[in-house]
Every structure is written in structure tokens, then in C-alpha cells.
Design a protein around this ligand. Structure first.
Ligand SMILES: Cc1cc2nc3c(=O)[nH]c(=O)nc-3n(C[C@H](O)[C@H](O)[C@H](O)COP(=O)(O)OP(=O)(O)OC[C@H]3O[C@@H](n4cnc5c(N)ncnc54)[C@H](O)[C@@H]3O)c2cc1C
Length: 340
């Protein structure tokens, strides 16, 4: 095992896409499982639960000191098995998500193209069951491998055991702060069937009625580049709020008041998902800038750090947005990234 890289009082602003400042008293950078186990053993010895860090694209640092941070930087993609039409690929948690999408496309393994350009690591992807343009991660997960933070012991779960839901999984609930995902097995297609049901994607593809997976990736990338700010030039964490799920009664009430309300069906006929971006637009939040933080002008769901803001400023803006949506629509908005 190469020596475990350990830092003290490590600034974290460059480790999160919102570029928010905080300090990790102890910071372990792990590039393989042995190092991870050593770091977890240290956490257990000092009685601290670490912040597990991937690409830092779905966290909000409030500014409080972080006692211990364990960064997952393990690399590796390997084929476990192939059948006539599927391939099973095992991917280490520290692999960059978009690098995996590109790797799979180049190798002729299909399915992940709609999820192109989502920032972050493979290990974090199952935590909130990443999704975009009509596809969710769980459609391709075979098994998730993890280690228990307290004991360092290895275990794995089938996709069913992961209890995937909309931006949700067992890793956000019962296993929150209890495990570290070390690798994910994906079951991908070997034939080029694509999913272009999502309206904005179909529109982007225009006359291309039977696009290749690479063309779907290109279309997704083009839409994302237009709509979402690049965190390197305007720090953000993607969608700041989840689309709220409301009852049929609430949906009917909204439709009566607003003929243009944007909403989506869910797997239950009694529940609907309201577009949180639409709620923010109606409440006049799009493009609002307050000193160092603001709401993106192209996409109201994205809160941005304009100029070296503190986490508290961003969280204060988020709280006022939540209050206004509650007052206007009677709907509770839930923050999507995890706050530390
Ligand atoms: C511009 C932009 C666009 C985005 N678009 C989308 C989108 O379209 N769809 C979508 O779903 N998300 C989107 N996101 C959110 C984000 O990219 C995903 O949630 C991503 O999976 C986070 O990965 P990460 O490695 O950066 O996680 P981090 O931010 O490092 O961590 C997020 C959470 O997961 C935990 N975690 C991280 N790694 C592990 C691990 N190995 N084991 C256990 N827990 C772990 C962390 O402790 C933390 O609680 C976007 C973000 C940005 C900035």
C-alpha cells in the first residue's frame, strides 16, 4: 500500500463545485481500498464519522469545521462478464462519472449516454440515484459494493436492496453516514438502443429520428452546456431543490390556479412531481442576485456563488426561497445537496 496521504487543516473550497470555504481538520486522500480501510480505522479510533467526499458537486459546506474528510479517488474500470447483449462492468468509486460515460461509449457499452456531463464520481452516483433526460442510474446498476465506516468490513447490495427512488436510495437513508461505496457494477447494453422519450432531448435531436448513442450524448451535452453554468466559471451544485412530489388534490388546485404549471407523472397515479424551477420562476426568483450569491438567470433551480460567498449566505437565500414558495403555493421545497 502506498502511504495514505494525510493533510491537516485542509481548505475545502477547491474540493466543492460551489467553491464554499470550510476547513477539514484531518483530510485523507485515498486512491485504493487499503488506504480507505486505513483511513476508516483511524476515524473509528478517534470516534469521528468522516465526510466522504467524491467530486464535491452535491454538497453545501456551511463553514463549520469538518473534523475528518475522506476523499475517494480510487480508479479502475473492468469488464466482469459479457453475454450476447449485455456487459457487466465494475467501476471504482473514484472514477469521474463523465469519464465513465465516455469510456463506455467508446467501448460500445450503451445506456449511460443520457447521463453525460453530470459532474461527480461514480461512488456518489448511487447515493442520490442520479438522473437526467429520461434516464436514472438505477436502470443500469447491477450491484453496489461498499465498506462499513465503523468496522471497515466489505459488503455489497443488489439493485433491489439499494431501494432506489427519485434522487434517493438506501445510502441517503438507513446507510447515511454508515458506509462508503467502493465500486459499482453496471449492466450495459451491447446493442445501440437509445432512450429519446424526454421532450427537450427529442427537440434537440430534430430530424434525427434514429440517433446513435453518441448522437444522444452530443444532444444531451449541447442542452446541458446551454442551460447549466459550468462550475469552473460560475460555482454551483446543479439543481439546488428537488422537484416536490404533491398529492392529486394539490395538483388539481395548482392546475385550477395556473394553466401553465409544469408537472410530471410519477409511478403512483395519486402523486405528481411539480417542476421546482417553474415554482421559482413564478415566484420571481430567476436571475435574482444578492451581493455574493444568486439564482441563475437561465435556470432558476441553480443557486450560484458569484464571488467568494460563505455557505451561510447561500443557505440564507435558500431558506428565503423555501419560505416564499411555501407562502405562495403551500409547497415545501426540499434542498437536494447535502449540507455539512
Ligand atoms: C452543474 C451540475 C449539474 C448537475 N446535474 C445533475 C443531474 O443532471 N442529475 C443529477 O442527478 N445530479 C446532478 N448534479 C448533482 C451531482 O453532480 C450528483 O449528485 C453527483 O452524483 C455528485 O457526485 P460527487 O462525487 O460530486 O458527490 P459529492 O458532492 O462529493 O458527495 C455527495 C454526497 O454523496 C456522498 N458520497 C460521495 N461519494 C461517496 C461514496 N463513495 N460512498 C458513499 N457516499 C458518498 C457524500 O458524502 C455526500 O453526502 C449536478 C451538479 C452540478 C454541479
Amino acid at each position: 500500500m502506498k502511504t495514505l496521504q494525510t493533510e491537516y487543516d485542509q481548505p475545502l473550497a477547491s474540493f466543492n463545485t460551489l467553491a464554499l470555504p470550510a476547513v477539514a481538520k484531518l483530510f485523507f486522500d485515498t486512491s485504493n481500498e487499503d488506504q480507505l480501510v486505513a483511513a476508516l480505522e483511524h476515524c473509528s479510533n478517534i470516534g469521528e464519522i468522516p465526510l466522504i467526499l467524491g467530486g464535491g458537486s452535491n454538497i453545501v459546506l456551511s463553514g463549520k469545521p469538518i473534523p475528518v474528510c475522506v476523499r475517494i479517488a480510487s480508479r479502475g474500470i473492468r469488464v466482469l462478464s459479457k453475454s450476447a447483449d449485455r456487459v457487466i462492468v465494475r467501476v471504482s468509486a473514484g472514477v469521474n462519472w463523465n469519464d465513465l460515460v465516455e469510456h463506455c461509449l467508446a467501448a460500445g457499452y450503451y445506456g449511460l449516454e443520457n447521463l453525460a456531463l453530470i459532474p461527480g464520481s461514480v461512488g456518489a452516483a448511487p447515493v442520490q440515484n442520479i438522473g437526467a433526460y429520461g434516464v436514472e442510474l438505477n436502470q443500469f446498476v447491477e450491484r453496489v459494493h461498499f465498506r462499513w465506516i465503523e468496522s471497515g468490513k466489505a459488503q455489497n447490495y443488489s439493485a433491489a436492496q439499494c431501494e432506489f427512488g427519485y434522487r434517493d436510495s438506501v445510502f441517503k437513508r438507513q446507510l447515511n453516514d454508515k458506509v462508503v461505496i467502493t465500486a459499482v457494477d453496471f449492466s450495459l447494453r451491447l446493442h445501440s438502443e437509445v432512450n429519446i422519450e424526454y421532450a427537450a432531448l427529442r427537440q434537440e435531436l430534430g430530424d434525427l429520428l434514429t440517433p446513435s448513442p453518441a448522437q444522444v450524448r452530443d444532444a444531451v451535452v449541447a442542452i446541458r452546456r446551454r442551460k447549466l453554468p459550468d462550475p469552473d466559471s460560475l460555482p454551483n451544485a446543479g439543481s439546488f431543490f428537488k422537484n416536490p412530489v404533491v398529492s392529486k388534490k394539490t395538483m388539481q388546485r395548482l392546475c385550477e390556479h395556473y394553466s401553465n404549471v409544469v408537472y410530471y407523472p410519477t409511478s403512483s397515479s395519486d402523486e405528481f412531481k411539480v417542476a421546482a424551477g417553474w415554482l421559482l420562476d413564478q415566484a420571481g426568483w430567476r436571475g435574482v442576485q444578492e451581493d455574493r450569491v444568486g439564482v441563475h438567470r437561465e435556470q432558476a433551480l441553480v443557486l450560484v456563488n458569484h464571488n467568494n460567498a460563505q455557505g451561510a449566505e447561500l443557505l440564507d437565500l435558500a431558506a428565503r426561497i423555501q419560505s416564499s414558495i411555501l407562502a405562495l403555493f403551500g409547497i415545501d421545497l426540499e434542498i437536494e445537496p447535502r449540507i455539512y
